[in-house]
Design a protein around this ligand. Structure first.
Ligand code: GSH
Length: 259
């Protein structure tokens, strides 16, 4: 059984308030879960970008998104500034710290990188979400992760609402309207595209990780390492090329991250 998340679910509203006195970049994201540094692949992505940027940063684990500017996590706080959305955070870091996460990439590679990120975040992500929230066995593990330390009545009031909301997002996006077999075919196509771009390189665009790797690694981990195994997670985990890529990515980008 996985360790339960710290109970920061409903009671951490003040974390989104701005404090000028804070000097270090602070990432607000969901806590570690299922062997990943954040239960959210978007959160782990930002951790990777922060590590790649060389900035000093700290993390605050949260679970309640209601006071977040976009009602989602991750969010980055920089003193009095609050930046919501992992892509907005990336742009903010690039500007503030004068880093280019796609350093060395030509215009065509940058376009490919952009499209890969969109594929993983706007398509593959929802397949992983369905795996977590629809499959009964996975859902029970996710539920335990979120509520194990909460009073029973909190679980009783919120668990099914959260499950319904998350599955509603996949339904609205469209992926949730497909069968398991159809989603497996979609995953196969997404992974094939990724493998084609990766080729025999260490990372998607060369010997060093770039912005696309910061997305690809955590999102692949979510698909391959579902809380309990499914047909889709087994298919992903059997892809040796991509699993080796994940390990290289973790070694390069997950330094200091607690899973
Ligand atoms: N486009 C956003 C997506 C972030 C996102 O979807 N976060 C999810 C966790 S993986 C979330 O906060 N979900 C809670 C909710 O929808 O209530 C980003 O890039 O940061």
């Amino acid at each position: 059984m996985f360790a339960a998340a710290p109970l920061v679910m409903v009671w951490d509203w003040r974390i989104f308030e701005t404090k000028k006195s804070e000097t270090m970049l602070k990432l607000i994201t969901f806590p570690p879960a299922f062997g990943a540094p954040s239960m959210s692949p978007f959160g782990t992505k930002v951790m990777c970008l922060l590590n790649m940027s060389g900035a000093e940063w700290t993390v605050h684990y949260a679970g309640d998104t209601r006071k977040s500017p976009k009602k989602k996590l991750p969010v980055l706080k920089d003193g009095a500034r609050v930046i919501a959305d992992s892509n907005a955070i990336r742009e903010y870091l690039e500007e503030k710290l004068d880093v280019d996460f796609d350093k060395g990439l030509d215009v065509k590679q940058r376009a490919t990188s952009y499209m890969l990120i969109k594929m993983l975040e706007e398509h593959s992500y929802f397949i992983g979400l369905i795996e977590r929230y629809e499959t009964e066995e996975n859902w029970q593990l996710v539920r335990h992760q979120i509520f194990a330390k909460a009073p029973k009545w909190v679980d009783f009031l919120l668990a099914n609402k959260i499950r319904k909301k998350m599955l509603g997002q996949a339904e609205a996006q469209g992926v949730g309207r497909h069968s398991n077999a159809e989603r497996l075919a979609m995953v196969k196509a997404d992974l094939a595209a990724l493998r084609t771009v990766l080729g025999d390189k260490d990372f998607l665009f060369g010997a060093k990780p770039t912005g696309a790797d910061a997305t690809a690694v955590p999102f692949l981990v979510t698909l391959a390492h579902a809380p309990s195994s499914t047909e889709i997670s087994r298919f992903c985990a059997a892809d040796k090329v991509l699993m080796d890529y994940i390990e290289r990515g973790k070694a390069a980008m997950y330094q200091g991250l607690k899973a």
